[in-house]
Each structure stands twice: as structure tokens, then as C-alpha cells.
Design a protein around this ligand. Structure first.
Ligand code: FES
Length: 112
């Protein structure tokens, strides 16, 4: 309710607003203080927000969230990752880096 205050708890970084997230169900921030972050979800499903570093662990393309399949898919060579970041299919073997995410007021916060 007070957008000017910097009440974020230590370690939590603001990556965008709830309005931005709710618009498309995802929020991509290329240059946050903790690097690229992709948050998936909406304020309606706030308890199930997912946040990952969207850099594919194969060769570094930016992965897409496929809501229907509930998976992350890399456009470059087709690697697939589960909601929790685990590599499932394709050439990537290592999981995506994941973060805790939460909504506080009108802000979407991610913890490194
Ligand atoms: Fe993602 Fe190759 S860079 S599958």
C-alpha cells in the first residue's frame, strides 16, 4: 500500500509488479540484481508462483514457459524442464536455477 517504501526483507528483490505478472501470467526480467528471472503464475495462484533463471543449461538460450504443458521449453534445441526446474528431455542435463517468489502488496519479489 506504500509503493515508495523499501520494506523488502533482506535477500528479496523486486522483479516487477503484480499488474505486470497478471497480464500474461509471466514476468521476465532480463537484468535483475540477481540476473535474469522468469516468474510464472498470477496473483490468484500466488502460493504456486514459480521463479527460475530462464537461461537454458544447454547452451544459454532463453527458455519459454508453456502453460498448457506446465513445462519450460527451450526454443533452440528443444530441452524441456519441469516446473521445479529439473531437466526432463532434450540435450540439457542440468536443472534450471530456481528461486523463491512471493507477492507483497503490488510487488513481485524473488529471493536469490
Ligand atoms: Fe537450450 Fe540447446 S540451448 S536446448
Amino acid at each position: 500500500a506504500n509503493p515508495g517504501s523499501n520494506a523488502a526483507t533482506k535477500g528479496w528483490q523486486k522483479v516487477g509488479t503484480v499488474a505486470q505478472l497478471d497480464k500474461t501470467g509471466q514476468l521476465l526480467l532480463e537484468n535483475s540484481p540477481i540476473g535474469a528471472v522468469l516468474v510464472v503464475g498470477t496473483s490468484k495462484t500466488a502460493k504456486n508462483l514459480i521463479a527460475v533463471n530462464p537461461t537454458c543449461t544447454h547452451q544459454g538460450c532463453t527458455i519459454d514457459w508453456k502453460a498448457k504443458e506446465s513445462k519450460f521449453v527451450c526454443p533452440c534445441h528443444g530441452a524441456k524442464f519441469a516446473r521445479d526446474g529439473k531437466a526432463q528431455d532434450g540435450p540439457a542435463k542440468k536443472p534450471l536455477k530456481t528461486y523463491q517468489a512471493k507477492i507483497e502488496g503490488s510487488s513481485v519479489l524473488v529471493q536469490a
